[in-house]
Write a protein that binds this ligand. Structure first.
Ligand code: NAD
Ligand code: ZN
Length: 341
């Protein structure tokens, strides 16, 4: 089959023939229809320090996808050929304390699809049945293809109660933009999102935020005044990984504010811990999605009118993946979908 592979110890990805994945008794074989390009794939494409440390090559990359079941192992009763499914990108051990307690998102031995095991940028992908999500009828195929990052947004955005609260989101990348739509849907009052990229801020405006703020020209504190806010944001979602964005966020929280961190910093970040201590902030790290509470919430919010489609800005045939990656690298895009059929 055709697959996009990290083949060599240098930047780039290679479209090449690889053997079709074989399935075990508990696995599901899926014919991939559409895939989303993730920031992780960009790290692997660029072959930065993290990618070089992490990815054994050759490796089929990619983890955001939607496809159709074509075969199931003898132990699998819940899926059948033709089912439209996506995959949870974290394969958990099933045996550690957290897994046994049903807290699978906290597994101590998580493996990443397209990172530590063969991924979904391919004609076929095989996954354990416990990693397969059956889509409800009527879920848009493009949106289904990005359930994984949509899930990052939902997991982070719903970490704290946002109904009737003011929410600050730093970073209007695809995940920040989806999180903005989610907290709006979930009943937040002011939803302020920041970035330094005008293209992304414009995309965020289309998702119904109160304010899409270019922090190069106006500070978050000034924006608070403009909105008539007195005491700071109740909930903060850090979705940039940028040190200054994190510091700005902490400085604009109300006393007792709740902060969820999804953005992955490239290095250590020094912060003013006095803000955390004296303002009694709660800070929570977020990794991946809750299995499968987040997936359930995503589905139900879409069914109850949440629209995240504007975050998808580009489509390319899989063979034109280079154009997809270059578009993503340019910063002039939201989510990019590659079509495999
Ligand atoms: P992205 O890189 O597309 O978006 C980050 C955005 O932050 C960009 O638009 C960038 O312009 C903006 N930014 C840079 N400096 C800023 C500043 N000073 N203030 C405000 N914004 C600034 O990333 P994404 O795909 O939307 O993902 C968001 C973050 O979440 C990334 O850091 C990513 O690595 C991380 N992530 C974490 C998980 C997890 O499980 N924890 C999963 C997926 C992604
Ligand atoms: Zn585990």
């Amino acid at each position: 089959m055709k697959a996009l592979v990290k083949k060599e110890d240098r930047p780039g990805l290679w479209m090449m023939e690889v053997p079709e994945p074989e399935i075990g008794i508990n696995d599901v074989l899926i014919k991939v229809d559409r895939t989303g390009i993730c920031g992780t794939d960009i790290h692997i494409y660029k072959w930065d320090d993290w990618a070089r440390r992490t990815i054994p090559y050759p490796m089929v990359v990619g983890h955001e996808f939607v496809g159709e079941v074509v075969a199931v192992g003898s132990n699998v009763n819940d899926f059948r050929p033709g089912d439209v499914v996506s995959g949870e990108g974290h394969v958990v051990c099933g045996r550690c304390r957290n897994c046994l307690a049903g807290r699978r998102h906290l597994c101590a031995h998580t493996q990443g699809v397209g990172v530590n095991r063969p991924g979904a940028f391919a004609e076929y992908v095989a996954l354990p049945m416990s990693n397969v999500w059956l889509h409800a009828p009527g879920i848009d195929r493009d949106v289904a293809a990005i359930f994984d990052p949509f899930g990052n947004a939902v997991h982070t955005a719903l970490s704290f109660d946002v109904l009737g609260e003011d929410v600050l989101i730093t970073g209007a990348g695809p995940i920040g933009i989806m999180a903005a739509a989610v907290v709006r849907h979930a009943g937040a009052r002011h939803v302020v999102i920041t970035d330094v990229n005008p293209h992304r801020l414009e995309l965020a405006r289309r998702m119904g935020v109160t304010l899409a703020l270019d922090v190069r020209t106006e500070s978050i504190a000034q924006a608070q005044k403009r909105l008539g806010m007195q005491e700071g944001f109740d909930v903060g979602l850090e979705m940039s990984g940028n040190p200054q964005a994190f510091r700005d966020l902490l400085a604009n929280m109300c006393h007792g504010g709740k902060v969820a961190l999804l953005g992955i910093p490239a290095t250590e970040i020094a912060i003013d811990w006095n803000l955390v201590v004296f303002n009694m902030l709660t800070i929570k790290g977020i990794y991946g999605r809750e299995m499968y509470e987040t997936w359930y919430k995503m589905t139900v919010m879409l069914q109850s009118g949440l629209n995240i489609k504007p975050v998808i800005t580009h489509h390319f045939p899989a063979d034109e993946y280079e154009r997809g990656f270059q578009t993503m690298l340019s910063g002039q895009s939201g989510k990019i979908i590659l079509h495999w059929n």
